[in-house]
Design a protein around this ligand. Sequence first.
Ligand SMILES: Nc1ncnc2c1ncn2[C@@H]1O[C@H](COP(=O)(O)OP(=O)(O)O)[C@@H](O)[C@H]1O
Ligand SMILES: [Mg+2]
Length: 267
Amino acid sequence: MTVGIRLRGVGRTYALPNGSIRAVDGLSLTVDPGAFVTVVGRSGCGKTTLLRLVSGLEEPTEGAVEFLRDGRRVERGDAGVGIVFQEPRLMPWLTVAQNVRFALEGRSDREQIERKTSETLRMLGLERFRDAYPQHLSGGMAQRVALGRTLVFDPEIVLMDEPFGALDYFTRRKLRRDIRALHAQTGKTFVLVTHDVDEALTLGRTVIVLEAGRIADIVPVPFETAVESDDPVFIPLRRRILRAITGEDSFAPDISHYQEAGVNASH
Ligand SMILES: Nc1ncnc2c1ncn2[C@@H]1O[C@H](COP(=O)(O)OP(=O)(O)O)[C@@H](O)[C@H]1O
Ligand SMILES: [Mg+2]
């Protein structure tokens, strides 16, 4: 049974030489077991801090982070929380398979480690690359290995911090689909943070909009199947998110300068 997350008035203040900064400012929210939630907001709005608080890399200065299985509280250790960072952070002297299995060494017997590693590589389409070294991998493949290193633990909650940040459009698009499929296949609880509104909308079934450490809006995305970000169904949702963050309304763009520049809409 998958585990959900409950934040109760969670805050994180950092002391600075001349004052302090509230990176996360009293967040309360629930992530249901098996949900795919995305968190979107501009740089510095507190996304990474939020994930570090959930993963336990950081302690809140106020409030509590709780984990729930069947409505009952469980410890973070029992919940199993894995995190994938923006950069793959692979060990260059180890092969793909060795990177994936690294953290399991000494925790299980050889046979089990081998089985889990192979399963994870298969799930991520990495079998052909098992003996390759990180320097020979594309950015997308390296990020897959990073994901593998987290999934090999079989965590019930998978946290991802802008995992597509450094990738090109085509690779992002492919990985986006793969992550959607992985979520459907595993039924785990996924929380992905990004500054990319389209990414948030095409991945999450719920988008939490963060601004200055607070929830500016919670946007349900009522589409069951994967939809491309250029689908018109996203237009109103994109506007709603933009408005929640900036207060601006993006509607009715001024196209006169394109016309003045001689750009013709027909072709
Ligand atoms: N260890 C830290 N010490 C001081 N300030 C920090 C620390 N970590 C983050 N911050 C500040 O907290 C705010 C939120 O940062 P972060 O969570 O990294 O935002 P995001 O991931 O959305 O870009 C930023 O203003 C950042 O400078
Ligand atoms: Mg960040």
